[in-house]
Ligand binder design. Structure first.
Ligand SMILES: [Mn+2]
Length: 476
């Protein structure tokens, strides 16, 4: 086991042995060791996907569910963005090729899964690489039957002919789902057809409510993404100097991701110095780092399509100024309080209100807002400086599109296996003359990835320097 020049045994690995807490003397020990990267590799196999399909079939009434792969996206002319599979599709079959459709069929007596894939084509393979093909997909994916995508348009209509209920993404206008809907429409119009689709259900809700609770294997993949992201944030803290460009920090982080096998970012990185941090979705990343500024970095990688999502804010010079430190420590206090309140049974909208109360009180304490807490909350005065929510679900998507409310519209209560980010932030624009000058131009967000456990919660990104002491130690 090795981290930089520090040797340690697997017993000291934070994933294996006791978790050691950080103090200012041993900053480097908090970093996750190489052992973790190996340990978490390839956590998922075809049985996980099979279990998910079976669970989805259990939740369905008799009918047909159709879910398509993502389409390649054009960047410009004939060049494409790197391909990213549709998360719902991947969740059910673990297959990452485009031009594929998964069909689940359930009758009163039996159920069956079909996967349509692109057949191997030597000419196509020469330019674009090999496909898995029908025969090997049958062997490897544990699907009942695999067919050539070329026969999908006619066969989907044949399948629908036997059913009255269809589960589909109602809002997806893509090629394959449109073909299915047109097939269903043609059957409805035809004479003498013994059956046709009479109800369409939103399939995404069924899948995404399953995605809400992460399995042990999914958590292992998220932990691996977080472990690599930790290295990247620590690297940014170590190399940061005044006069560098925002994109230089981003490039060094990308190097950390990719050289560890995490080839994709989970989302476009935000590297925002000084007042740029007050633009919430700042992605220009081409400004120069001023020595007295803070830099806010919201960047993280994905691992086997599972996301991490981390924000740290630290001083370019490696040392917080007094006003920066004052603000930072107050926001950190809010973050720690919110995390401490997370446990099974707590409702997500309660946590949102609680975080708003804490942030609003913080703004009163700093003399940025004036008046009574309840009145200020009522008028949403705090939203000027703390405009975004406390966090979001995270998993196969960085903003996992899982439900936040149950079917009756009630806020969901936390259950073990849910993963949510906690990311309080305060943003004070440089031109805001209603605020004391010393706070102007400061934007701070602190974001960790939190797993709900049976006892409470676990901070999956606990190893990333976060206190003023830890950050200044890492920046040295
Ligand atoms: Mn986030």
């Amino acid at each position: 086991m090795r981290y930089a020049n520090v040797e340690f045994s697997s017993a000291e690995c934070p994933e294996q042995g006791d978790r050691f807490s950080l103090n200012s003397e041993n900053v480097s020990l908090k970093t996750v060791c190489d052992f973790c990267y190996l340990w978490h590799n390839n956590a998922m196999n075809e049985n996980h996907f099979l279990n998910r399909r079976n669970k989805l079939l259990e939740r369905m009434e008799a009918g047909v569910a159709i879910i398509a792969s993502a389409s390649p996206q054009t960047r410009s002319n004939d060049t494409e963005y790197p391909y990213r599979q549709n998360s719902d599709f991947y969740y059910l079959c673990g297959f990452d090729e485009d031009n594929s459709v998964l069909v689940l069929i359930k009758t009163a007596h039996e159920s069956k899964t079909l996967l349509f894939v692109e057949e191997i084509n030597d000419e196509h393979a020469l330019w674009n690489g090999a496909r898995l093909g029908v025969a090997r997909a049958s062997e490897k994916l544990g699907i009942d039957e695999v067919r050539d995508i070329a026969v999908y348009p006619e066969q989907i209509q044949e399948i629908l002919r036997e059913h009255t209920r269809m589960y589909i993404d109602l809002y997806d206008e893509g090629h394959f789902l449109s073909q299915a809907k047109q097939g269903a429409k043609a059957l409805q119009a035809a004479r003498g057809v013994k059956s046709h689709i009479r109800t369409m259900h939103d399939l995404t809700y069924l899948i995404r409510s399953m995605r809400l609770i992460k399995s042990e294997e999914e958590i292992a993949l998220i932990k691996k993404a977080v472990a690599i992201t930790a290295e990247a944030h620590h690297e940014a803290m170590r190399i940061c100097r005044g006069g560098m460009m925002e994109y230089e920090l981003q490039a060094r982080m990308t190097y950390q991701f990719q050289s560890r096998g995490a080839l994709c970012e989970a989302y476009g990185a935000i590297v925002a110095v000084g007042n740029n941090a007050n633009t919430l979705h700042y992605i220009d990343n081409r400004d120069i780092l001023g020595n007295d500024d803070l830099v806010l970095i919201d960047a993280a990688c994905e691992w086997e399509l599972y996301a991490s999502d981390i924000t740290r804010t630290f001083p370019v010079s490696g040392k917080f100024t007094e006003p920066q430190k004052e603000l930072y420590e107050k926001i950190l206090e809010v973050q720690l309080k919110v995390i401490a309140a997370m446990k099974p049974g707590v409702k997500r909208d309660w946590l949102q209100r609680y975080s708003e109360e804490l942030l609003c009180q913080l703004l009163i304490d700093l003399g940025i807002l004036h008046g009574d807490l309840d009145t200020l909350l009522e008028s949403k005065a705090h939203k000027k400086y703390a405009p975004h929510g406390i966090g979001h679900w995270m998993g196969l998507d960085v903003h996992d599109p899982c439900p936040y409310v149950d079917e009756s519209g009630e806020s969901l209560a936390f259950l073990p296996g849910m993963v949510m980010t906690v990311e309080p932030g305060i943003y004070i624009r440089s031109d805001d003359e209603s605020v004391e000058e010393k706070y102007r131009g400061i934007g701070i967000r602190i974001e960790d990835d939190i797993l709900i456990t049976s006892e409470g919660c676990e901070n999956l990104s606990y190893m990333i320097a976060k206190t003023v002491e830890e950050i200044e130690g890492m920046c040295r």
